[in-house]
Design a protein around this ligand. Structure first.
Ligand code: SF4
Length: 232
């Protein structure tokens, strides 16, 4: 089944896709990836416990073992959620604060696609409209690229007949970003084309190396140092 990560990896470098998803070569996560997982887990846990303390004291929920930077990111996350809660309260919609879905697995068997959504909020509950929420914890931030990627989730969510998705919400407490982005059907059309390209590459077993000095610095999939000899 094709996932958003597979599409992104293939576009980054087809050869990396081949190693990661065909040969199934795995690398142990680096420190920033481990920290990202901890924060994702905490954000999911938060929505099961937020009502146990007053919003002003949400920072008390942060695990002691988190690093100072992780604690700071949780605190930024709490501030954004507190503002969302106050906005909903002012509309009499407090009951919609807890997301209907967190760490949500969506699978569309007929299309052979699936994905794990960080979180889904209500947009307009009465008309079955939702916001797909994506957590980011790294320092990079490219909203156009994220929009391009999140169209994959809009596609599978709507194909699974769970509702419609007029907006995405990107939350990156590391960058203090909390941004609603309009979701478009044009983005979904682009995703369909990207999926077809990947399926063709798999059928043709065609995975050329697409390296660059910058990629080589961060991608650890060609440790044998043969990348530059095969750059295309
Ligand atoms: S090191 Fe370069 S060629 Fe090798 S998988 Fe990564 S991006 Fe591709």
């Amino acid at each position: 089944m094709i996932t958003k990560s597979q599409l992104n990896t293939y576009e980054y470098c087809p050869y990396r896709f081949f190693r990661e998803y065909i040969l199934k070569i795995k690398y142990s996560p680096n420190a920033s990836m481990s920290s990202g997982t901890k924060l994702h887990d905490y954000f999911e846990w938060f929505f099961k416990h937020w009502a146990e303390v007053e919003p002003d004291k949400w920072d008390l929920l942060i695990p002691d073992e988190f690093t100072p930077k992780e604690k700071e990111m949780c605190s930024v996350f709490h501030k954004g959620e507190k503002a969302r809660l106050e906005g909903l309260k002012s509309l009499g919609l407090e009951s919609e604060f807890t997301p209907p879905y967190t760490e949500f697995h969506v699978k569309v068997d007929p299309l052979d696609l699936h994905g794990y959504l960080d979180r889904v909020d209500y947009w307009k509950k009465e008309s079955n409209e939702f916001v797909i929420v994506e957590y980011k914890t790294g320092f990079g931030h490219n909203i156009q690229k994220l929009k391009h990627e999140l169209a994959f989730y809009k596609y599978i969510f709507e194909e699974a007949k769970l509702g419609t998705v007029p907006y995405y919400l990107v939350i990156n407490p590391n960058r203090r970003v909390r941004e609603y982005v309009k979701a478009s059907s044009r983005g979904v059309s682009a995703v369909k084309k990207r999926i077809e390209i990947l399926r063709k590459a798999i059928a043709d077993n065609n995975f050329p190396k697409q390296c660059s000095p910058e990629k080589k610095k961060y991608c650890r999939h060609c440790d044998d140092g043969d990348c530059y000899n095969h750059m295309v």
